[in-house]
Design a protein around this ligand. Structure first.
Ligand SMILES: NC(=O)C1=CN([C@@H]2O[C@H](COP(=O)(O)OP(=O)(O)OC[C@H]3O[C@@H](n4cnc5c(N)ncnc54)[C@H](O)[C@@H]3O)[C@@H](O)[C@H]2O)C=CC1
Ligand SMILES: O=C(O)[C@@H]1CCC=N1
Length: 269
């Protein structure tokens, strides 16, 4: 199968590298505006560095658009000449609706996805939504392709801003929390390595426990919390400091930003 990737920055390069690693049968066509981003792929088998975005669209059957939202108008201009017909466009672009892509490029086969950075090791989660014209067979094909970066969760397009906030941007918030935990480990006298190991195992173990048992998180929280013990002291502090509210507000601010990007793009086109 012939796959195109336009924009090989953070997300585009994850897609390219995971396709190369897990699906060597694919033929890849890539293009990046700044050609140095294509350098690492130049000599590799199964990959063709194209001269422009339209060439990628001409040659590939499924084409990933992985540019920043502010570059989308220029990209539309560059690929408007292409007859998309049966081709499928898969957009990673934040805030750009399926309708906008369909109208701008005169196609009815568009998939919108919101991947995330753990896709780098095949452990990402991707929110996905299909335009109605895409058959069940082609939907399954795109989902299978995306297994290269992890699992997929089908959502309504109206929920994309929420997906962007929770899982698209989410890893950044997790990394900030991990950094803070490591820092306080240092403050209490642990080495960086020991603090890091304790924290990563605590987080991944807690996540695995929730996944395996399926309980509400509050049930396990309660198990850890002894009367007059250490945990309740921490929980009391956390509630006084408003951690839950801070987390909720963080996600809501991110969600509102995703909606605003969408609104601004729709106005500008
Ligand atoms: N970084 C992340 O964790 C996630 C990003 N996204 C979305 O994916 C899109 C890409 O994000 P990143 O990879 O982080 O951005 P990036 O800036 O790292 O990569 C975009 C690449 O596209 C290239 N480019 C721009 N216009 C082009 C054009 N017309 N033709 C060819 N190449 C072009 C740029 O040179 C750059 O290398 C954005 O819309 C972003 O919102 C979605 C989910 C997660
Ligand atoms: O920060 C951003 O706009 C993108 C969307 C999700 C993750 N990064």
């Amino acid at each position: 199968m012939k796959i195109g990737v336009i924009g090989v920055g953070n997300i585009g390069s994850i897609l390219v590298e995971r396709f190369l690693e897990t699906k060597p049968e694919l033929k890849l066509y890539i293009f990046n505006r700044s050609p140095q981003k294509m350098e690492p792929y130049k000599e590799l088998d199964g990959i063709v560095c194209c001269g422009n975005a339209a060439e990628v669209c001409e040659k590939a059957e499924i084409i990933f658009f992985a540019v920043k939202p502010q570059d989308v108008s220029a990209l539309f201009e560059q690929v408007r000449v292409v007859e998309f017909n049966e081709k499928i466009i898969v957009s990673t672009m934040t805030g750009i609706s399926i309708k906008v892509i369909m109208e701008e490029l005169g196609t009815d086969r568009v998939v919108r996805i919101m991947p995330n950075i753990p896709g780098m090791i095949g452990k990402g989660v991707t929110g996905i939504c299909f335009s109605p014209a895409i058959s069940k067979e082609k939907r399954d094909l795109v989902i299978e392709l995306l297994e290269a970066i992890g699992s997929t969760v089908e959502v309504n397009e109206k929920d994309f801003a929420a997906v962007t906030a929770l899982s698209g941007s989410g890893p950044a918030f997790v990394f900030v929390i991990v950094e803070a935990l490591i820092d306080i480990g240092l403050k209490m006298g642990l080495s960086y390595d020991k603090a890091r190991e304790l924290i990563l195992h605590t987080i991944s173990g807690s996540v695995e426990l929730l996944k395996e048992k399926g309980n509400h998180p509050g049930e396990f929280r309660h198990l850890v919390t002894s009367p007059s013990g250490t945990t309740i002291e921490g929980i009391y502090s956390l509630e006084r400091e408003g951690l839950r509210g801070t987390i909720m507000k963080t996600i809501l601010d991110t969600y509102n930003r995703a909606r605003k990007i969408n609104e601004d793009i729709e106005k500008s086109l």
